[in-house]
Write a protein that binds this ligand. Structure first.
Ligand code: FAD
Ligand code: MLT
Ligand code: ZN
Length: 490
C-alpha cells in the first residue's frame, strides 16, 4: 500500500469480486446496506468516510461497505467471509483515535449503524439492552427520559456507538464515578468469524459460572468477533449536578487539589479533569470563546459533582473551593450557575480533541502513569521536540504545541503534539521515546483508546512476551483464519 509502505497485504486474503458483491446484495436486500465500489466506480465518494479515520491520519482502500440490520445477517456475512478468506473491519461510529476502525488495504467494512435499537430497559434494576450500533448519546437520552444515565460519557457521544465503546473499552469523563465497562457491562451478544452467535446477553449483576468470556470482547478492538448487542447496568441519573473550573499554579497543586476533592466531596465527586494552559490556548484560538477565568494559569481543573440535593451539593462544592483557595492550592475558580454554564465549562474540556483536530495533524498519546510523574511526560516531550528544532509552527518547524490534558481521576494523561501536518520527522522524535518513557515508569501506552494500528509495534512496552503470546493464542482460537481486523495490533 502507498499509505503504509512498511505493511504488506496478506496474500492469503481473497480480493473481492462481483460474485461476492452479488452474494452480499442478495443477503442484505436493502439497497443502502451495501456500498459497492467493486462493480461501479461511482461509489468512491460514498466509500470515503468509511476508509478515512476521524483524525484523517489513517486511510484504507476498501471497496465494499456492508451494513447488516440483524445478528443473523452479521452471522451470515462473517461465515461467508471466513469461508472465502475475505478480511473484514468491524466499524461503529469511526471515532476511534488509533487507526483501528478503518481498513489498511481492501478489507470489507462491516458497519453496525443499522443495528441501533433500544431493545429492553428494566426501570427498577436499571439494565439496558441495546443494539451495538446504538449511538451513545441516543442511549443516554433514552435513559435520561427514564431517570437513568449511561455509565460512560465522552466527547464523541454524538457519533460513537456503544459496540465501539465496548470494543475499545472506552473510559471517558466519569470513570472515576461509574467505573470501567469491564464492571458495568453485564452481557453481550457477539458473532464469531465462523458465524457462530455467542449469546451471553446476561442481565444479571452476579454470574460466576465459569470463565467470564464477554470480558475478552471488551477492549478487543474487533479482533475476535463482532459485538451485536449489549446489556449494561445503568445508574440512576443524579438530580443535582454542579461544575467548578479552576486555575492552579503547578502540577503539585493539581495533585493537592485532587486529594482534597476526594476527601471533601467524596461521594458526590463525579469527574476531576485536567487541562494545561497549552490545550486551553488551542481551544481559545479555535472557538474564540470567552475564557472561564480572566487570568492565565499553567493548569486548569474541572470538577463535577453529581448528587441528589442541589443545595447540599453546591454548599459542599462552594466550601471546598473556599478551602482550597484559602490554603493557596487553587488560585482562582468559578462555579457554574445553571445548566448553560455547566455545558459551557464542560466545553473547555470536551472540546479540546475537536480543536486539535481542526488545527491540522495531531500525534496523540493516551497513557497511564502514576500520578506523581504524570505531567512530566509533557514537559520532557516538549523539551525533546524543541531540542530537535521542530517547535515553531512554521513549515520548517511544524510543531505548533505540545499539550497535556486528561482524566486526572484515573491517572490518564492525553499527551498531544499539534503539528501543521503529519510529518515523519516529528514522529521519529516522538516514537519510541514516549513509549520508552512510559515503560520505565511501568505505565500503560494505552490507557483507554486501544492499540489499533498506531501502537501495533509498541504493545511490548506495556505487555510482556508471555502475555502477548497468550493474546495471540486467544486471537488464533477465535479467528483461526485471521480475517478479523488484520494488520492491527496482533
Ligand atoms: P469505532 O471507531 O468505529 O471503532 C473502534 C474499534 O472498535 C475498532 O477497532 C473497530 O474495529 C472496533 N469495533 C467497533 N464496533 C465494533 C463492534 N460492534 N464489534 C466489534 N468491534 C467493533 N475514548 C475514550 O476512551 N475516552 C474518551 O474520553 C474519548 N473521547 C473521545 C472524544 C472524541 C472527540 C473522539 C473523536 C474520540 C474519543 N475517544 C475517547 C475515542 C473512543 O475510542 C471512541 O470515541 C469510541 O469508544 C469508539 O466508538 P466508535 O463507535 O466510534 O468505534
Ligand atoms: C478525551 O479525553 O478528550 C479523549 O480521550 C480524546 C482525546 O484524547 O483527545
Ligand atoms: Zn480521554
Amino acid at each position: 500500500s502507498e499509505t503504509y509502505p512498511e505493511i504488506k497485504r496478506d496474500g492469503r486474503f481473497a480480493t473481492i469480486t462481483a460474485d461476492h458483491v452479488s452474494y452480499f446484495r442478495g443477503l442484505l436486500g436493502t439497497e443502502s446496506a451495501v456500498i459497492d465500489g467493486v462493480t461501479s466506480d461511482s461509489a468512491a465518494d460514498d466509500l470515503e468516510p468509511f476508509n478515512s479515520d476521524w483524525m484523517r491520519k489513517y486511510r484504507g482502500h476498501c471497496k465494499l461497505v456492508l451494513k447488516p440490520g440483524s445478528t443473523d445477517e452479521v452471522s451470515k456475512i462473517l461465515k461467508y467471509c471466513n469461508d472465502n478468506m475475505l478480511a473484514v473491519v468491524p466499524q461503529g461510529g469511526n471515532t476511534g483515535l488509533v487507526g483501528g476502525s478503518v481498513p489498511v488495504f481492501d478489507e470489507i467494512v462491516i458497519n453496525l449503524s443499522r443495528m441501533n435499537q433500544i431493545i429492553d430497559f428494566d426501570e427498577v434494576g436499571g439494565t439496558l439492552v441495546a443494539g451495538a450500533g446504538c449511538i451513545l448519546e441516543v442511549a443516554d437520552q433514552f435513559l435520561a427520559s427514564k431517570g437513568y444515565i449511561f455509565p460512560l460519557d465522552l466527547g464523541a457521544k454524538g457519533s460513537c456507538q456503544i459496540g465501539g465503546n465496548l470494543s475499545t473499552n472506552a473510559g471517558g469523563l466519569r470513570l472515576l464515578r461509574y467505573g470501567s465497562l469491564h464492571g458495568t457491562v453485564l452481557g453481550i451478544e457477539a458473532v464469531l468469524p465462523d458465524g457462530t452467535i455467542v449469546d451471553d446477553l446476561c442481565k444479571l449483576r452476579k454470574n460466576n459460572t465459569g470463565y467470564d468470556l464477554k470480558q475478552l470482547f471488551i477492549g478487543a478492538e474487533g479482533t475476535i468477533g463482532i459485538i451485536t448487542k449489549v446489556s449494561i447496568q445503568c445508574p440512576q441519573r443524579s438530580t443535582a449536578q454542579n461544575v467548578a473550573f479552576f486555575g492552579l499554579e503547578s502540577f503539585e497543586k493539581v495533585q493537592q487539589a485532587f486529594r482534597e476533592a476526594k476527601g471533601q466531596l467524596s461521594e458526590i465527586l463525579s469527574a476531576f479533569e485536567l487541562m494545561d494552559e497549552g490545550s486551553q490556548a488551542l481551544i481559545r484560538d479555535v472557538t474564540k470563546n470567552r475564557k472561564p477565568l480572566d487570568d492565565k494559569y499553567p493548569f486548569y481543573c474541572l470538577i463535577e459533582t453529581s448528587g441528589s440535593n442541589a443545595d447540599h451539593d453546591s454548599e459542599k462544592l462552594q466550601a471546598f473551593l473556599e478551602d482550597v483557595m484559602e490554603k493557596g492550592i487553587v488560585s482562582d475558580g468559578t462555579l457554574a450557575q445553571d445548566e448553560t454554564q455547566i455545558k459551557a465549562l464542560w466545553a473547555w474540556r470536551e472540546g479540546i480533541t475537536e480543536a486539535l483536530g481542526h488545527l491540522g495533524g495531531v500525534y496523540k498519546y493516551d497513557v497511564s502513569i502514576p500520578l506523581k510523574e504524570m505531567y512530566q511526560l509533557v514537559e520532557d516531550t516538549r523539551a525533546r521536540v524543541d531540542a530537535a528544532g521542530l517547535l515553531g509552527d512554521t513549515d520548517d518547524h511544524p510543531v505548533r504545541a505540545v499539550v497535556g490534558y486528561g482524566h486526572m481521576g484515573d491517572s490518564n494523561l492525553h499527551l498531544n503534539v499539534s503539528t501543521r501536518r503529519f510529518d515523519k520527522r516529528v514522529e521519529e522524535v516522538l516514537e519510541p521515546f514516549i513509549y520508552e518513557w512510559i515503560e520505565k515508569r511501568q505505565g500503560s501506552i494505552s490507557a483507554e483508546h486501544g492499540l489499533g494500528l498506531q501502537k501495533k509495534k509498541y504493545i511490548g512496552y506495556s505487555r510482556n512476551p508471555t502475555m502477548v503470546g497468550l493474546m495471540r493464542q486467544i486471537k488464533t482460537f477465535f479467528d483461526p483464519n485471521g480475517i478479523m481486523n488484520p494488520y492491527k495490533y496482533l
